[in-house]
Design a protein around this ligand. Structure first.
Ligand SMILES: C[S@@+](CC[C@H](N)C(=O)[O-])C[C@H]1O[C@@H](n2cnc3c(N)ncnc32)[C@H](O)[C@@H]1O
Length: 251
């Protein structure tokens, strides 16, 4: 495990962050739009990776044929189990899905950019593992940060419009100056992506940002036959600078 992957994992085990996720329950607009494309889920065997405290469990548990959730944070898994005592949710790492047989799921979800907290080598393993456990004709739905986002890497005072929001975001960035400086040293530019410390969870994460054409290429390398890209709100779009993250639907 790389140094930054350990840091990201530690963040997802913190009590305050677990509480934040435990308070979330509705699907995002973009997720709703993509699901319209997936169609009928009534008999679907679903794997929900990076399930967190169960925001998506709340939506899918009673709608799919069978539901399995995994997350590498034991604290988040406990929170999810407290909310959904009967659900099949356990600790598991997306980079190693060996406990699941080939072709055993019709829908695999890795929501809310969970895949972006894994390093490049691990990400490629995740994509290959998801392809392996997905049945032919099944769907892989996920989101990932957008390298083309116009404000990527900028601090609030560098390009936000002056006003209350900008002041609030600037104060937040200043409050965490020390952590930002330390995390910044770990940022890197990879062959088709960048690792960036953004404002999520008080600047405590390093996040993988990738352009849609490169993401589609990674999916093809992992054996997906076709992949569609959407903006943050679920509208089909090949490229855009307005979305912090993008949604993908691959088969
Ligand atoms: C941004 S949170 C989203 C949580 C939840 N899906 C939601 O939408 O509320 C990302 C999630 O991915 C999980 N995660 C990140 N890397 C993972 C990995 N390699 N294996 C399993 N879970 C992982 C984190 O623990 C965290 O729960």
């Amino acid at each position: 495990m790389s140094d930054f992957e350990g840091l990201n994992e530690a963040t997802y085990r913190q009590a305050g962050i677990v509480d934040e996720y435990a308070a979330q329950e509705s699907l995002h607009e973009g997720e709703e739009r993509l699901l319209e494309r997936v169609g009928d889920l009534s008999g679907a065997r679903m794997l929900d990776i990076g399930v967190g405290a169960g925001r998506t469990t709340a939506h899918f548990l009673d709608r799919v044929g069978s539901y399995v959730g995994i997350d590498y944070s034991p604290e988040l898994v406990d929170a999810c189990r407290r909310r959904f005592p009967g659900a099949d949710v356990s600790v598991g790492d997306a980079r190693d899905l060996s406990r699941f047989a080939d072709g055993s799921f019709d829908l695999v979800l890795f929501s809310f950019n969970g895949i972006d907290y894994v390093a490049d080598e691990g990400r490629r393993r995740v994509l290959a593992e998801v392809r392996r456990v997905l049945a032919d004709g099944g769907h892989f739905m996920f989101s990932s940060h957008n390298r083309d986002y116009s404000r990527l890497g900028k601090l609030p005072w560098q390009d936000a419009r002056p006003g209350r929001t900008m002041l609030k975001q600037s104060a937040h960035a200043l409050l965490h100056t020390r952590r930002r400086r330390e995390m910044r040293r770990r940022e890197l530019v990879g062959r088709d992506h960048v690792l960036v410390n953004d404002n999520a969870h008080d600047w405590s994460l390093l996040t993988y940002y990738i352009s849609p054409p490169d993401q589609v290429r990674q999916l093809a390398d992992a054996g997906f036959a076709d992949a569609e890209c959407f903006d943050q709100w679920g509208r089909p779009s090949a490229t855009d600078e307005a979305s912090v993250w993008r949604h993908y639907l691959a088969r």
